[in-house]
Design a protein around this ligand. Sequence first.
Ligand code: CA
Length: 648
Amino acid sequence: MNKNILLIILIILVFSKEGVFAQNGRPNIVVIFADDLGYSDIGCYGGEIETPNIDKLADEGIRFTHFINGSKCAPSRASLLTGLYPVETGCVGPPDQIVNGVTIAEMLKKAGYATLMSGKWHGKEHPVKRGFDHFFGTVSGSFNYFKPGASQKYMEDAKELDSFPPELKENFYTTDAFTNKALKYLEEQKNSNDPFFLYIAYNAPHYPLQAWPEDIAKYRGKYLKGWDKIRKDRFVRQQKMGIVQADWKLSKRDQKVTSWQEYQNKDIADLTMATYAAMIDRMDQNIGKLIERLEETGKKENTLIVFLSDNGGNAEGHMWDGKNPNNKPGEKNSQAKLGIEWANAANTPFKNYKRSTFNGGQVTPFIVSWPKGNLKLGSITRQKGNLVDLMPTFLELAKVNYPAGEIWKVPAEGQLKTSWEIRPLSGKSLVPAFKNQAVNRENFKGYFQGSRMLIANDWKIVANGGDGAILHLKDEPWELYNLNSDGTETTNLIDKYPKLVDSLDVVYRNWIDETDAYTSLKSHEYYQPYYTKAQHVILNKLSKDKKYQSLLAERRSIGLNIIEALKRQKTKMKTSLGMDKLPMSYYGIVDQGKKYTNTTSELKTLYSAWDETTATTKSYCKSLGHDYAEVWEIQEKIRPRTTSLEVN
Ligand SMILES: [Ca+2]
């Protein structure tokens, strides 16, 4: 054995003693995840509910005004944990196994972090099999706050808890219990040199509306001013604190909601919202305990805490009808729900709800606090972010490389998959945003049960799959909004910028096509098909028509030559929409390039041939009995994927 080898062994021994992965400046990471919390429910986003502890995190850090989640519980959780979009995780709708990626816990554990989870998992596998050292909570969805084990099994690590000791059962309330376990975890980390990752996933304020009487009492009567006033008050505060931009309009009261003045059951409505507020208040009290414990143990300084919600306010179901006393909001067996009336207020200033890709369904408060991170205290950023960004952010801070392309193996569990290839990450690290620098990205995509959206810069195309609370598919067309001038999505610009919609639609369609190879989204029952039945009939007919196909091929070939000619010229095709990198469809490029016809004789000849073939195609379509505009619309949907000529 030579000297060098001895030296290496010595170094390894020294580092092992200190912990090979000792903190080395890497922060502890705490993710606090709320369930069905509306955008404006907490104080620092304009709410009247008392949330001093969450507000404190905002004072010590950054608030994002446009942070996007996955519109619903299970898909959001899968996305947060993996850095993949929900459709990429295999968890498209109902709780399912998280595949195609790795979890933050799996990655951070490999990097020497202690990985701890308390709360709601909402998947199929057990968290301890997906990278968590410790887990307390339940793998299921909504549940009784007061009665552990009533409708759901609790787990302690990999062990199912059959019964709870009476003293725990006596004062059990999920929000308190999840926190108490997290506090214990934090206590255990007190003397460790290794960093930790704590994921605390509250089920509050998801229905059933159940809360401690003393918390409800704090708010009882305060909501008799009604939802119209609450929405206005929240909006005014949001404008004042700069959460919304001064020129935005408050979305209109949902047309399904009665005006407060005309509403009959004002007392029940007050009790409903008071109970909901109490649940959020209680969550905040518990977050206060977590912060306090971090301070006591000296860990707060280098702990990155993020707070966010898995989806927007929830309009599923109706408020209590006043009949069954057991269902009165707050009661221990209550099945009470918030109702669309208060959900509309919870999502101020936005419209729509959980399940939707409109802002009310998918934009969440997002607060980052990290004393040692030199964040600009109390600042607000308008840079957009998404759940998929958490994994890359944490990996950068923990100094870990993401193993894209490798085969990932997980312990066998029932019929679940045990290995898959790891997809590349869909998100971007937010670390530049923490330093007030731009995060470079092309776009954000979203899909949930027919609701879909794509955001590029400030432009958003969006369509609902159903109406918020109801699961059904309708052929909803795209709407277009500018999120900078109209963040509340009040003015649909589809008629003004049809070509922009077309370009964005291509990008979205390509994404669905690409992800379908491993998600089979298109065969999923919730998938929103692109074509109506009538359009399918026309498509089938045209795909068998040889003359039409040859005209199409001729036109496409000319179009591709035009694109090449434009590239050779290095034509700077500026869009009139203020977007430097507008993703362009094939036809979009050809169309926009037309204004350069007279710059070269080559382009002039090509465009002349293009026009001629277009005219021939039009008249041929007419001879087949189809209006060209109709055919064009369908044909556009089967464009080739050669679609991204940069236009700046
Ligand atoms: Ca949820």
